[in-house]
Write a protein that binds this ligand. Structure first.
Ligand code: 0X9
Ligand code: ZN
Length: 432
């Protein structure tokens, strides 16, 4: 009998760990810290009964801790807020149902053809990239970077009107965080416009090469598509010693690794930094692109969601900014203005660490270790969190594109034909 009850409780425990998001009856609760100590308190929150799932940690003062809570645990969460003098908000009852109202269920679209304004499967995305490369061989090359942890092939899209001139490079990646679907959608739209828009050849591609990696973390991306229960997964899918999965790719880069804003617990759903820097094949691939192109790489942008932020180094600390901060800040503000002129919402612009300090991000690595002069994390969309409605992609992607055009124009103005003698030597030796 004792053994049976252990078994039953074990199964129930396991069920609650893996299945809780499946339950449509769970509510979304938000808890708001209003000072630094409260931020730390909120981020220590844990439910001993495992009936509350932390969806998102607080990223700073007035940024909420988001919880998914079983109906009979709402009072536990409320009490936690009361005890710590935190604002409590029951944001949405039966949050699970929201998934179906804002996004179509992935399964239903298996047989549909690819659309740039849809959230597409990784396979459909790969097929699209191959098609683009076939249709525009004079502009596009695909470079196989390697395989993800689960063996998915990862390809870099290189768009260049003049691959041999040694143009400055803009490198954009997206989708390191699995649940942030709008980011890969943005990267694909960028590829679409740069290769289809006749104006792009005259402008964006004139003197600048664009390297785009639309889905850095395909295993995580496919996991979030596999069921409603997994929709809010953030990390990679590598397996650690215990029974826990994944590393936060944006805490895994080898610059000031793990000095702030990370978890050391592999079972933490959000910010586990990994067993060592660059433990993940996915972050290794991005690192390699940066290092191989270090000299020509002038702008790096990592696309994420949510909240409309455009932030620059340092991310690992909010105590100071690099001496070059003003240039990055003012370019970000011009980008934001362009998006606004196109009808979009403005970006909040600041250093990432002033927003909330978190080390091991790709933006800090690009700027601090590789020496890329302009480096950003771009957080897209406001108002829908991670479930940005597919039907709105048509509206926002073209607006954001106007921001990317401003980025490109600045890189062209500042770096076109400004190769150092060493740079031209290496270019001519390639041509030889
Ligand atoms: O925390 C992150 O990794 C990014 N936000 S997200 O909600 N998409 O997870 C922000 C990263 C900013 N950059 C650094 N802290 N280095
Ligand atoms: Zn992210």
């Amino acid at each position: 009998m004792a053994r049976l009850s252990v078994l039953v409780f074990g199964i129930v425990g396991l069920w609650t760990q893996v299945c809780c998001l499946e339950n449509d009856k769970y509510s979304l609760i938000r808890i708001y810290p209003t000072n630094g100590t409260q931020v730390e308190t909120t981020n220590r929150f844990q439910d001993p009964e495992h009936l509350i799932e932390v969806l998102k940690g607080s990223r700073g003062i007035n940024d909420s801790l988001d919880l998914l809570v079983a109906p009979h645990r709402i009072n536990y969460a409320r009490q936690f807020a009361l005890n710590n003098d935190l604002r409590f908000e029951l944001k949405q009852k039966e949050y699970g149902r929201a998934f179906e109202t804002v996004e179509r269920v992935p399964r239903r679209r298996v047989l549909r053809s690819f659309s740039i304004y849809d959230y597409n499967s990784y396979t459909a995305i790969q097929d699209y990239l191959e098609t683009v490369a076939r249709r525009h061989p004079e502009l596009v090359t695909l470079q196989l970077l390697g395989n993800s942890y689960q063996g998915r092939r990862v390809k870099l899209v290189k768009i260049s009107a003049n691959p041999n001139t040694g143009n400055p490079i803009v490198f954009i990646d997206a989708g390191i965080h699995a649940r942030e679907w709008v980011a890969p959608a943005m990267a694909l739209y960028l590829i679409y416009r740069l290769t289809n828009d006749p104006e792009a050849k005259q402008n964006e591609l004139n003197g600048v090469d664009w390297y785009i990696l639309p889905v850095v973390n395909p295993d995580g991306y496919e996991f979030t598509r596999s069921s409603k229960a997994n929709r809010l997964w953030r990390k990679t899918r590598s397996k650690s010693n215990g029974n826990c999965f994944g590393v936060d790719g944006n805490r895994n880069y080898g610059f000031k690794w793990a000095v702030s804003g990370v978890s050391n617990n592999p079972c933490d759903r959000e910010t586990y930094a990994g067993p060592k820097p660059f433990s993940e094949p996915e972050t290794q691939m991005v690192r390699n692109v940066m290092l191989e192109n270090a000299k020509r790489l002038k702008l790096y942008i990592s696309v994420h969601s949510y909240g409309q932020y455009l932030v620059y180094p340092w991310g690992y600390t909010g105590d100071f900014v690099p001496k070059e901060w003003k240039k990055m800040d003012s370019l970000a503000r011009s980008v934001s203005d362009a998006v606004q002129r196109a009808g979009g919402k403005p970006f909040r612009v600041m250093s990432a660490g002033k927003w909330y300090p978190a080390a091991g991000g790709s933006d800090d690595f690009a700027f601090g270790a590789v020496g890329v002069p302009y480096s950003y994390t771009m957080e897209l969309t406001e108002g829908y969190e991670f479930l940005f409605p597919e039907r709105l992609l048509k509206t926002v992607l073209p607006q954001f594109y106007e921001g990317f055009r401003v980025f490109g124009a600045q890189i062209k103005k500042e770096f076109k034909n400004s190769r150092s003698p060493r740079d031209s030597e290496s270019v001519s030796s390639i041509e030889d």
